[in-house]
Design a binder for this molecule. Structure first.
Ligand SMILES: [Zn+2]
Length: 331
């Protein structure tokens, strides 16, 4: 069966080349830790890079073939958001990353499509880069963090970005980068990732809905990675808060649950009951295939996993694996 992966990252070859032998890529460097693993150093942030992150497009294609994945909708590695750095650096790294993804999509148009990274700390610069990739490079949208240096995306300064995104028809994939909301509470046990990612996504859903962004931009296309995090499990409490507290309904005329079907959700939830619940809550036409290639939390055999699920019908498997994204992104 055909499959299109919305959640597949690229750590561009231009980064690996520039940082070889201790060099830097727009001030970013890398080093090896005591166990020989590659570590990205970007300002005061460090990010671990898995072995597959340095693979060439040809090596990636061979891996996609072995996994049974037809198309990667490529997004840059989240360690390259660079929102914490000087805007000029973020513009330069965004352009380099996006240009390399564009080259991959041009070289293998049947296998790759592109999501950009954007210098979100400067909204006009982010809009300019989004326009460039959508109009000149044929991208499908962009991947951004759940917050920009602590500011969530319902804040007024981001409204021009949402208007431009809607007008350009770009899809925005929300994906954590660096510290999450959990990081300041506890850093042990990998919880900033395994709980933090899911909490961040629920906050993104709630703030875009309750901040009025979804009402102001009715044609926005937004995909929440990791199954939307805790959004679906927590929707009853969000609705209850909206009913009982005036500050929760200041910007919306409908309860949060009325907006669930305005978003798309990738299938990275790891268990069959969780995926079944997601489908039953948001509708199968809103659930899309994603893998998180090439990170250690990705699925071992993502297509095989979907195909093996007994509580998901054949029609639902087809919708998730490729039909929904084919229609949404024109692939
Ligand atoms: Zn990811």
């Amino acid at each position: 069966m055909r499959s299109i992966d919305i959640h597949a990252h690229v750590t561009p070859q231009c980064f690996w080349r520039a940082t070889r032998d201790g060099g830097n890529w727009h001030t970013l460097t890398r080093e090896q830790d005591s166990r020989g693993r590659e570590v990205l150093i970007s300002g005061d942030q460090r990010g671990q890079l898995p072995p597959k992150a340095s693979w060439t497009p040809e090596q990636r294609l061979a891996d996609m073939d072995s996994l049974g994945v037809d198309i990667h909708v490529l997004s840059p590695y989240a360690g390259f958001y660079n929102y914490n750095l000087d805007t000029k650096i973020a513009i330069a790294t965004s352009r380099d990353s996006n240009d390399e993804i564009s080259q991959m999509a041009k070289s293998w148009p049947d296998r790759f499509a592109g999501l950009a990274t954007l210098p979100m700390q400067d909204v006009p610069a982010a809009i300019a880069e989004l326009e460039r990739v959508m109009v000149q490079l044929g991208f499908k949208g962009a991947m951004i963090n759940d917050h920009i240096n602590g500011r969530s995306l319902d804040q007024p300064e981001f409204m021009p970005f949402w208007k431009a995104t809607e007008q350009l028809g770009a899809m925005i994939l929300f994906h954590q980068g660096g510290d999450t909301i959990v990081s300041s509470r506890i850093k042990r046990y990998h919880l900033p990732n395994s709980i933090g990612n899911l909490a961040e996504r629920a906050i993104t859903f709630a703030t875009l809905v309750m901040g009025g962004v979804m009402d102001a931009c009715p044609d926005l296309k937004i995909c929440l990675s990791h199954g939307g995090g805790y959004t679906c499990q927590g929707i009853g409490r969000l609705d209850r808060g909206w009913e009982t507290r005036p500050e929760a309904r200041a910007h919306t005329s409908q309860p949060p649950s009325a907006y669930l079907r305005r978003f798309y959700y990738d299938c990275i939830v790891y268990t069959e009951p969780a995926l079944r619940y997601l489908i039953d809550t948001v509708g199968v036409d809103r659930v899309v295939f994603g893998t998180d290639w090439p990170y250690d939390m990705d699925f071992d055999w993502p297509v095989s996993w979907i195909l093996s699920l007994e509580s998901i019908t054949q029609e639902e498997k087809e919708a998730i694996l490729w039909k929904n994204l084919e229609g949404l992104l024109g692939l």
